[in-house]
Design a protein around this ligand. Sequence first.
Ligand SMILES: O=C(O)CCC(=O)N[C@@H](CCC(=O)O)C(=O)O
Ligand SMILES: [Zn+2]
Length: 351
Amino acid sequence: MSYSSATYLDALKASGDFLSLTRENEFSLPYSSFTLTNGTNVTVHDTGIIEFQPATASNKDIVLSSAIHGNETAPIEICDQLISAIIKEEMTLKQRVLFIFGNPKSINIGKRFVEENLNRLFNGHHTQEGIASNPERVRAKQLEDVVSDFFSRGSEGSARCHYDLHTAIRGSKNEKFAVYPYLHGKPWKKSQLQFLLSCGVNTVLMMKSAATTFSYYSSFVHGADSFTVELGQVKAFGENDMSRFAKTKETLIALISQESVEYGEFNASDFELFSVYRTINRTCEDFSFPFADDVENFTGFAKGELLATDGQTRYVAEVEGEAIIFPNADVALGQRALLTVIPMQVDSNFI
Ligand SMILES: O=C(O)CCC(=O)N[C@@H](CCC(=O)O)C(=O)O
Ligand SMILES: [Zn+2]
């Protein structure tokens, strides 16, 4: 179904249901904007992309993305509820917010992606000589552009943040965790860890290299405090126990509807921090793991134990307790099939 902008705006204002509008328009939706009676300006940039600008001055520019992988439904449900509460004026915003449902068609087919993993196409990787375009490549470029435009229109000195909300394919010993993109030597921020803790996320992985993910893009290109946040395990719509994400939702509501938020004092013992030990890419068709699909993220391996086999190459644990994250033997050739992590302590590179 496609709408003229006037028709969809009436329906959107009445229902607040931007998710359904997005799902009914997988590839495009006409630009339009309107103002709520509380003065918040609403701009629909395109399908899945909606911006809210409060009437009062704000000090944060916040990007909340979900559905970069279409089957990761809990974050989609959280963002859907927040958007609807804003449009129906059940919540008044104090901060500028850009919500993104990344890949509408992949939501509809209930799959991680349609042709290509969107979260491997950021930071310019959507456009590569000799590689044909496809809707996910077009969308990655559009999402980069819309985030650039959003941050460029923020007030000078505004704090930029981007929380890219996902769920993991496997179960995880630490149910919720975040990936802190590589900061090129800049310090990690305790205040951001406190925000994550308030969301119910006490486990953070520190990346050691550049990536093609959405969170790395906004961190590296826009200097945003940016994270990939994993909220439990992939489930179909309606099958999520949303009570497990109540702290996340409350913390996001406070972030966008308050002028400032006080988080508790930083205490290293509240967190489990990991540093990425290595990334194992799939280079051969013949790639496999020796462990079952129900072996969870953060499972540690004994030194010398087999972690993965890529053609003739056998990867064994190099350190006692080397733990697996995101094992996926089905990735495209050349892509990350496994991360391994080891525990790390808070040191002088945390401010
Ligand atoms: O559980 C899995 O295998 C993947 C879950 C997921 O989509 N994770 C993100 C992490 C992105 C990052 O490294 O910051 C991804 O793989 O894209
Ligand atoms: Zn994901």
